[in-house]
Ligand binder design. Structure first.
Ligand code: AMP
Length: 215
């Protein structure tokens, strides 16, 4: 698949998990500003110091930073590979900047996968989410195996909760999502690019639904 695909959905919809799985299966690059920013904060780089306070409050990182970082990464990826953009664009301004940058390369977004999940389920998922410090895989503390007591089932790494998964920050992230990001659903629907995927159910099943819809 040599496509440019956006993954959209509220925080907690499983966007990151699914984007990673689909990228691996369809051999696409996976580009996620949230992952890049978290890595920058961890490494205490200049970018990390610029983005940290916004992330901790559940606010969007300013467009001038986010757009620059993502467009630079897209340039690095090269022309031959398709890309999944996971969590970008997150507002109208970013969507327009992305369209313009792709147009200059005679490219365009092919599909937008929108993963929908009801709000009470989102809050439940986010507050029970644990991540592996090493491989970034997410796990739920509600699952039977209680993985945070054991470490990462995949690689044995330490599991931790994201600072921005605290209840107050979760509420703000959802608010920002509905105000800034959700309007993009219409933007892409009008362009006939939107694929809506029901995000409740088993992870593998949802991946299957997405792959099928993209084919
Ligand atoms: P995520 O891992 O996608 O939930 O992103 C974590 C945080 O990174 C968000 O709450 C924002 O603070 C920041 N972030 C991620 N993507 C963007 C974006 N496209 N624009 C602005 N900020 C972003």
């Amino acid at each position: 698949m040599k496509m440019y695909i956006i993954f959209m959905g509220p925080p907690g919809a499983g966007k990151g998990t699914q984007a990673e799985r689909v990228a691996a299966e369809a051999k696409l690059e996976h580009l996620a500003p949230g992952d890049l920013f978290r890595q920058a904060v961890k490494q205490q780089s200049l970018l990390g110091s610029e983005v940290q306070s916004f992330m901790e409050k559940g606010e969007l990182v300013p467009d001038e930073i986010t757009i620059r970082v993502i467009l630079e990464k897209l340039d690095d990826i090269g022309e031959e590979t398709g890309v999944i953009l996971d969590g970008f664009p997150r507002n109208y301004n970013q969507a327009v900047a992305l369209d313009e940058a792709l147009e200059k390369k005679n490219k365009a977004i092919d599909r937008v996968v929108y993963i929908s999940v009801e709000q009470p389920e989102l809050v439940r998922r986010l507050s029970s989410r644990w991540l592996c410090r090493e491989c970034q895989s997410p796990y739920s503390s509600e699952s039977a195996e209680n993985p945070h007591l054991e470490g990462c089932p995949g690689c044995g790494g330490e599991l931790y909760q994201r600072a921005d998964d605290k209840p107050e920050t979760v509420a703000r992230r959802l608010e920002v999502y509905f105000k800034e990001t959700a309007p993009l659903i219409e933007y892409y629907r009008k362009q006939n690019k939107l694929i809506e995927i029901e995000g409740e159910g088993a992870v593998v099943e949802i991946t299957g639904r997405i792959i099928k819809a993209l084919e």
